[in-house]
Each structure stands twice: as structure tokens, then as C-alpha cells.
Design a protein around this ligand. Structure first.
Ligand SMILES: C[S@@+](CC[C@H](N)C(=O)[O-])C[C@H]1O[C@@H](n2cnc3c(N)ncnc32)[C@H](O)[C@@H]1O
Length: 493
């Protein structure tokens, strides 16, 4: 294979979610799932066959012809279907004693078309309703479970998203309703060193039953074993549901969870979304064209009332306060910080018209976001927020007060208070350990040590009253923050 062919193959494997499981992990899952030599075993996405080669009575499905061929070579006894698992699963009459494997992690942007339609329709028929934002692995597991015989079991590698993604909840709800035992093992150290994604393990036993609890174990690293860990926390399903159906909060010690719950439920506490509206900044569609350096704006003669200072990039924000002196420095440094803010009217001043008709202007109006709005040059949703909220953060999410009247691109969230009187209070509250912990719990890890806060997650951040805050044990909160940061690998090389 040439270098180019190898690169192409790697890219298409990435698109198909083709990261093969390390042998000790495959062997461990398999040895728990298979009880006897006669057990019929299914791997719904068998890749190069590293699960099915461990058990003679296996069936593997694989859509990649090259991988399917490899699987046939390493497991010549197995029955291998080349094609889409969901097409096969919708028609097969076969039922299995057990299933094991590692489903493809294909995000919704790539998991689309006929395969996704088949997957979501099949799961809906089975009673698990996924939205179009589901990643492929969750429907894979529902469809696989549905092919088990009564009493059957399955053991899979799953992305750590099972602990927080909204689309993990239809999967877990399905498992709770269809198995006697559902056990999730969170593994802190990476199972796949080359993958930015963390992976956990899922064991479900006793198909045809149901349970009112989830078993949950946290381990520092994977160690080979013929069964799931014997020690686990029993999480009542009702409790898991009360944490917005997320397992992530259960990474923290029970005492920290109870403290958090107590504060969140206190009548004097608020959710951030009660006090403020939080949204993304504007999307210009052509950042380089719409953001002018002061020197260029002057040269073009653009009227100053059509230029609005903006935060183009979250990284340029100072820690707590954006004021006039920061903006003046940006101007002195000739940063491209002026948004060309044009009204929706057809009559634009001559210097602006001239700029719109430059080559850059003709390129900009072809950009998708510009093409689909009228007029193309009027950037919508330009707001002057009270605060900017960084939503991809290392140590902690930053809240920066906007006392310079700046607007912002979608590189940061814009926070507008419903009642400006709480401005100072919010400013003081933000960096406290409790609110930082709340960001950790309501947000989610993004890989590379980063914490992400979607606007809907930010609205859930808990803001205690100053009186309650004064009573909280700082050390316990700091410990809990440290735990959550370590699970998202903050500060690791
Ligand atoms: C994460 S790999 C796992 C392979 C193997 N089970 C292992 O653990 O090493 C996922 C596999 O799913 C395959 N795949 C992706 N979409 C599929 C589909 N719709 N039907 C069947 N296989 C699919 C990919 O080609 C890839 O080989």
C-alpha cells in the first residue's frame, strides 16, 4: 500500500469509527460474555475480527469489505456478514446467547443517510427514541441487545459519553427496562492511547428482565479480568434520572453529591438560566471580511458608527473584566476588532459600498451564512452582553464582565442579565469553588483536558446565595473539583 493509500484508508477508518480494541480488553469482555463453547455470540461491528476470533460459535457484521476479509481470515469458523448492521438486524431471525464488541463511534454529522434512518427507525420500533443528534454507538447497542435470547448478556467498550451525552439516556433507559443487571465501569486512564475519546465498559446481563438500579464502578486503569469489578455503587434509577440522566456526577464521592444536591435544591439558590439568557455570539459567515483592523477602517473611510468593537476570540479576553483600556490596547495593536455592523437597509455609505465590492467582498458573499441571509452584508444577532462566558476552558470556565460595550462572535457565549442589579453579585460568585464545581457537573469533557459548556448546560449552573455560600466547606468542594478535572484529564501532559 502506498503512503497516499495508507492515509486514505486511515481517514476512512476514522470516518467509520474503526478503532480496534486492544487484545486484553477484548479477551476480558469476551470471557465474561461467553459462558459455554456452544454459546452463540454476536459482534455487530466486528472490524478485523478480534472478538470473534476468540470464540468459535460467532457471528460478525462488518461494513468495511477489507476489514470483513481480515475477520474471515482470523476467524474462518465464524459467520461473517459484510454490510450494514442495521439492515441485517432489521431482518435477521437469529437470536444470540451473548454479544461483545466495540461499536463504531460515528458522530451525528457523519452518521447520516440511509444507515442512520434504518438505525433510528429500528430503535424506535424497539422503544428507544434517539434524536438525529445521536452518535452511532448508542443505537448499535440497543439493536444488539434486542437480538439476545432471554437471559442473554452483552459486554462492550463504550465511549465515556455514556456518562453525559443526552443521547446516552435512551440507551440506558432501554437497558434498565430489558436487563436484570446493568453495570457501567468508568476507566480513567485511556483504553485507546491514540484516541482523544475516553472509553468505559458496559456489562448487561439477564436480557428479558429489568432493574431499578445501575451498577457503577470507577477504576483508575483497565486491568484484565474475567468479570466486571465486584465492588460497585448501586445507583437507584430514580436518582440517576434526577441527575439529568447523567452518570458523570457519580464520579464524585457521595458526600460531595449530597452537598451539591442540598445547595441546588435550596430555595435561596438559582440556576444561571433563571437570572440570565445565555446564547452564542453572532456568526458573521466571513470573519476576515467583517472584522477590520483600525488602520484598514481608517484607510477605507468607514464611518465610525458602523464599526463595533468585538471579542473575536475567547483567548483574547482578560481574566475578569473587559474595559475601555483593554479595547484601547487592541486598537493600538491594530487588532482586527471592529465588526462592520451594517443595518438591513439597501443604502450603504459610499466607502462601505466600495469595500463590499472588493474582491474580498465578492468572496465573502459566497460564504454559506452570507448567501442565505438578506442582505448578505448585515450580520444578524449582534448583541451587547453583560458578560462573556468562555465555553471551552482548561482549568475553569471564565465569566468576564463587559464594561466596554463590546459585542462578541460565537467564540464565546454571550450572557445577558434579566436583572442588572445582580451584576456585582454574579461577578463575586463566579470564581467560588461551588460555582466552579457546578460548571464541571453541568458541562462536559471535550478531550484534551478541556471542559465544554453548551448554552443549555450553562443555564443549569447553580448559583447559591451569598449566605449559603459562606457556610460551604471549601476543601470538600476543591476535592470534588479536582476529581472532576482528573476525569477530564485537565493538567495531564
Ligand atoms: C470501533 S470498530 C470495532 C471493531 C472491533 N469490534 C474491535 O473492537 O476491534 C467499529 C467497526 O464498525 C464498523 N462499522 C461502522 N459502521 C457500521 C455499520 N453500519 N455496520 C457494520 N459495521 C459498521 C467499522 O468499519 C469498524 O470496523
Amino acid at each position: 500500500m502506498s503512503g497516499v493509500q495508507r492515509a486514505q484508508r486511515l481517514a476512512s477508518r476514522k470516518e467509520a469509527g474503526a478503532y480496534y480494541t486492544p487484545d486484553p480488553v477484548a479477551a476480558s469482555l469476551l470471557s465474561w460474555a461467553v459462558h459455554t463453547a456452544g454459546d452463540r455470540m454476536l459482534d455487530p461491528s466486528c472490524g478485523d475480527g478480534r472478538f470473534i476470533r476468540g470464540h468459535r460459535n460467532s457471528v460478525g457484521i462488518e461494513q468495511d469489505p477489507q476489514a470483513a476479509l481480515q475477520a474471515m481470515t482470523v476467524a474462518p469458523w465464524a459467520l461473517i456478514h459484510e454490510g450494514d448492521f442495521f439492515a441485517w438486524a432489521s431482518n435477521t431471525e437469529e437470536r444470540f446467547d451473548c454479544a461483545a464488541g466495540n461499536p463504531p463511534f460515528i458522530r451525528y454529522q457523519t452518521f447520516k443517510g440511509a444507515v442512520r434512518d434504518r438505525a433510528l427507525n429500528l430503535c424506535a420500533r424497539l422503544g428507544a427514541r434517539f434524536s438525529g443528534l445521536a452518535s452511532s454507538w448508542a443505537p448499535f447497542l440497543v439493536a444488539t441487545a434486542s437480538l439476545l435470547r432471554p437471559g442473554g448478556r452483552m459486554a462492550f467498550v463504550v465511549p465515556a459519553e455514556i456518562g453525559h451525552a443526552p443521547y446516552a439516556s435512551p440507551l440506558l433507559e432501554y437497558l434498565i427496562e430489558h436487563f436484570d443487571i446493568v453495570h457501567v465501569v468508568a476507566v480513567r486512564k485511556k483504553l485507546f492511547p491514540d484516541l482523544s475519546e475516553d472509553c468505559w465498559l458496559l456489562y448487561a446481563d439477564g436480557f428479558g428482565g429489568s432493574t431499578t438500579e445501575l451498577r457503577f464502578t470507577t477504576v483508575e486503569r483497565f486491568s484484565a479480568s474475567k468479570r466486571p469489578p465486584r465492588t460497585f455503587e448501586r445507583i437507584a434509577v430514580a436518582e440517576w434520572r434526577s441527575w439529568k440522566r447523567r452518570l458523570r456526577p457519580f464520579l464524585m464521592p457521595r458526600a460531595a453529591r449530597e452537598l451539591y444536591r442540598l445547595v441546588a435544591d435550596d430555595t435561596t439558590s438559582h440556576r444561571f438560566g433563571d437570572l440570565a439568557s445565555i446564547g452564542i455570539g453572532y456568526v458573521s459567515g466571513a470573519n476576515d471580511f467583517f472584522h477590520l483592523r483600525p488602520s484598514l477602517a481608517e484607510k477605507l473611510g468607514i464611518p465610525s458608527q458602523l464599526l463595533h468593537p468585538t471579542v473575536r476570540n475567547g483567548r483574547s479576553l482578560p481574566p475578569k473584566l473587559l474595559n475601555a483600556s483593554v479595547v484601547n490596547k487592541w486598537v493600538r495593536d491594530d487588532e482586527p476588532i471592529y465588526l462592520l455592523r451594517l443595518p438591513k437597509t439597501p443604502d450603504v455609505p459610499a466607502p462601505v459600498r466600495k469595500y463590499l465590492d472588493t474582491e474580498e467582498g465578492w468572496t465573502a458573499r459566497e460564504a454559506y451564512k452570507c448567501r442565505v441571509r438578506t442582505p448578505w452584508y448585515s450580520v444578524p444577532d449582534v448583541q451587547i452582553p453583560d458578560f462573556f462566558l468562555t465555553y471551552m476552558s482548561g482549568r475553569a470556565a471564565g465569566l468576564v464582565r463587559n464594561s466596554a460595550g463590546c459585542t462578541c462572535t460565537n467564540s464565546v457565549h454571550s450572557v445577558r442579565l434579566r436583572d442588572k442589579r445582580i451584576l456585582g453579585q454574579l461577578y463575586d460568585l463566579w470564581d467560588t469553588p461551588f460555582v466552579q464545581l457546578s460548571c464541571e457537573l453541568e458541562g462536559h469533557p471535550l478531550g484534551g483536558g478541556m471542559l465544554k459548556l453548551e448554552p443549555r448546560e450553562a443555564t443549569e449552573i447553580v448559583l447559591p446565595s451569598p449566605m449559603l455560600l459562606a457556610e460551604l466547606p471549601g476543601i470538600a468542594l476543591e476535592d470534588a473539583i479536582g476529581t472532576m478535572q482528573s476525569w477530564r484529564h485537565y493538567g495531564e501532559a
